[in-house]
Design a protein around this ligand. Structure first.
Ligand code: PEP
Length: 249
């Protein structure tokens, strides 16, 4: 049985006061939830503050990105150890906005993934096809390459700890959600691929989240699909009421 994960990606939103308000409200609204993992991924500038507020709660914290080097002259970057040091448990890697605007590739995803695991962070690796790729029937090919190259050389023992987020690029922030059946088809494809690569034991425990315009109105249907183990939520995680409804789908 895979424990569902509901993760909120706050992107480049929420200054200190706004973040404190959001997390304080959310903490109260979801305090009784026990059977699912709740993660928030705020901007670096508020990680510390949010961490302080969720201490002793059922909410965990993740970062939205990380660099692969341990330390050094890498102006502007944040290392996995720095994230661990302030109490981060998770990190999003290879979000489509990072791939699109900041030139991230499957190779940088792979380096970041290994570095994150080395420091004890649990990575949420994002994959997803663009609209053009879907229209050209390239979805499975694109996803297979992203998963294969992203995970290349990873120790087999780490595979079960991995979290994958399938986020069709055309559904992120657009209000267009993949239908539960469309999402399930790709989730199953990913799980079958992982099964071929790493065996049934690992593929059965890896959580595969769906992301792309998840809202309180569509989460239950998405979660009713066999291979959908949670959601990575952008816009709807910026409001405590809507994210708490998603958490309690
Ligand atoms: C995301 O940022 O990962 C995301 C899926 O955004 P949204 O829910 O706003 O589409």
């Amino acid at each position: 049985m895979r424990k569902p994960i509901l993760a909120g990606n706050w992107k480049m939103y929420k200054k200190v006061g706004e973040a404190i308000k959001l997390i304080s409200e959310l903490k109260i609204k979801v305090q009784d939830v026990k059977d699912r993992e709740i993660i928030v991924c705020p901007a670096y500038t508020v990680l510390n503050k949010v961490k302080e507020i969720i201490k002793d709660s059922n909410i965990k914290i993740g970062a939205q990105d990380v660099y692969w080097e341990e330390k050094g002259a890498f102006t502007g970057e944040i290392s996995p150890d720095m994230l661990k040091d302030i109490g981060c448990d998770y990190v999003i890697i290879g979000h489509s906005e990072r791939r699109h605007y900041f030139g991230e590739t499957d190779d940088t995803v792979n380096r970041k993934l290994k570095a994150a695991f080395n420091s004890g962070l649990l990575p949420i690796v994002c994959v997803g096809e663009t609209l053009r790729e879907r229209e050209q029937n390239l979805t499975f090919k694109v996803i297979e390459k992203q998963v294969h190259d992203g995970l290349k050389g990873l120790e087999d023992a780490l595979i079960p700890k991995l979290i994958i987020a399938y986020e069709p690029v055309w559904a992120i922030g657009t209000g267009k959600t993949a239908t539960p059946e469309e999402a399930q088809e790709v989730h199953k494809f990913i799980r079958d691929f992982l099964k071929r690569m790493y065996g049934e034991g690992s593929s059965n425990v890896i959580r595969i989240l769906y992301g792309g315009s998840v809202k309180p109105e569509n989460i239950s249907q998405l979660m009713s699909q066999e291979d959908i183990d949670g959601g990575l939520v952008g816009g709807a995680s910026l409001d405590a009421e809507s994210f708490s409804k998603i958490v309690k789908y």
